[in-house]
Ligand binder design. Structure first.
Ligand code: 5GP
Length: 190
């Protein structure tokens, strides 16, 4: 069996990566989405083990110490990391594994796994991004401003990704990602 493709999806907070990824997962059972660990507090409705593994700083540091992350980074004051074992197991089983992670993590993965496919999602405009962050209403004004600042820094690194996909309409963006993944898998199987 061919190994699955490791797919990194990055893009600024609020760009709609989560919605695109959920849509991809619902369409195609060959996609598995990695569940990250974080020290950020859960938002309303978020479930431990489903959205994230919500850890204390000590628990996160212990996982780092044991070398259990494929990559990890600090984003907006909290730690986020991708647990290695489940991702490697899914790839061995032939599934395409999606890592929805920030740019620092995305660049670490490209370095460590050059065969991975990296996709950067961009918003139609930065104003639209700010509107989406505000409509989420889960963040304070200070956190929104801080996420917008990070967003600008992340946008500046988009050319380091293999592909850039515009999130104008979720279904269209997801279709484009499926075409990219299919053509990459074909290329790699010849
Ligand atoms: P949020 O707090 O909005 O859920 O996520 C903040 C940022 O952290 C997003 O850009 C998200 O993609 C990123 N992120 C989520 N999980 C991970 C991870 O395991 N590693 C890294 N490097 N970033 C992550």
């Amino acid at each position: 069996m061919n190994k699955g493709l490791l797919i990194v999806i990055s893009g600024c907070s609020g760009v709609g990566k989560g919605t695109i990824v959920k849509y991809l997962e619902s369409l195609n059972s060959d996609f598995r989405v990695s569940v990250s660990a974080t020290t950020r507090a859960p938002r309303e409705g978020e479930v431990h083990g489903k959205n994230y593994f919500f850890l204390t700083e000590d628990e996160f540091a212990e996982m780092v110490g044991r070398g259990e992350f494929m990559e990890y980074a600090v984003y907006n004051g909290c730690s986020y990391g991708t647990p290695k074992t489940p991702v490697e197991k899914s790839l061995e089983e032939g599934c395409n594994v999606i890592l929805e992670i920030d740019v620092q993590g995305g660049l670490q993965i490209k370095e460590l796994y050059p065969d991975s496919l990296s996709i950067f999602i961009v918003p139609p405009t930065m104003q639209e991004l700010e509107n989406r962050l505000r409509s989420r209403a889960s963040e304070t004004e200070e956190a929104i401003q801080s996420r917008m600042k990070i967003a600008e820094n992340e946008m500046a690194l988009r050319d380091r990704y293999d592909r850039i996909v515009l999130n104008d309409v979720v279904e269209r963006a997801a279709d484009e990602i499926i075409s990219i993944v299919n053509s990459e898998r074909e290329k790699r199987s010849v």
